[in-house]
Design a protein around this ligand. Structure first.
Ligand SMILES: [Zn+2]
Length: 134
C-alpha cells in the first residue's frame, strides 16, 4: 500500500512537470500556489457562509491542567459542526487538487521530489509522534 501511494506521488509530479509549459516561471508557480491556498480558504468559508452545510463554533481549547499530551487530544475541538454537502466537498477537493498541482510544480522547478519530502516527513511523524505537533 505504501509503495502504491509513493508511486502515485511520483507519477503525479512527473505529469505536472510535463504540463508545466504554461507556468514555467517559478514566480508564476509561487503566486499560483499562494492563490490556490487562498481558494481553499474561500471554498471552506463559502461552505459555512454560502451553503451552510457546515458551521464554525470556535472557542478557546480547554483541557485539564494535569492531562498528559496524549490525553489532550481527547479534549481538542475542531470547532466544526455539520458535514460537507456533496457540492461543497467537490469544490474543496478541486481546490486542494489545484494546490497539489502547484506544490508539485514548485518541487519540480526547485529540483525536489515531493515523494522524498513526504517520506522524510512521515519518518519525522513516526519518530516524534505527539511532539511533532505545533
Ligand atoms: Zn455545502
Amino acid at each position: 500500500m505504501e509503495n502504491r501511494n509513493d508511486e502515485v506521488v511520483c507519477l503525479f509530479q512527473d505529469k505536472v512537470s510535463e504540463l508545466l509549459l504554461k507556468h514555467r516561471s517559478v514566480l508564476d508557480s509561487l503566486s499560483k500556489f499562494t492563490e490556490s491556498a487562498t481558494r481553499i480558504n474561500r471554498a471552506v468559508s463559502k461552505a459555512v457562509t454560502g451553503c451552510g452545510c457546515i458551521s464554525i463554533n470556535a472557542k478557546k481549547q480547554q483541557f485539564p491542567a494535569e492531562a498528559s499530551l496524549e490525553d489532550c487530544r481527547k479534549y481538542m475541538d475542531s470547532h466544526l459542526e455539520g458535514f460537507l454537502c456533496e457540492s461543497c466537498r467537490e469544490r474543496i477537493e478541486e481546490e486542494i487538487g489545484n494546490q497539489l498541482f502547484y506544490l508539485s510544480a514548485l518541487c519540480h522547478l526547485l529540483d525536489f521530489k515531493l515523494e522524498d519530502i513526504m517520506r522524510k516527513e512521515y519518518g519525522k511523524l513516526k519518530a516524534l509522534g505527539f511532539f511533532h505537533l505545533s
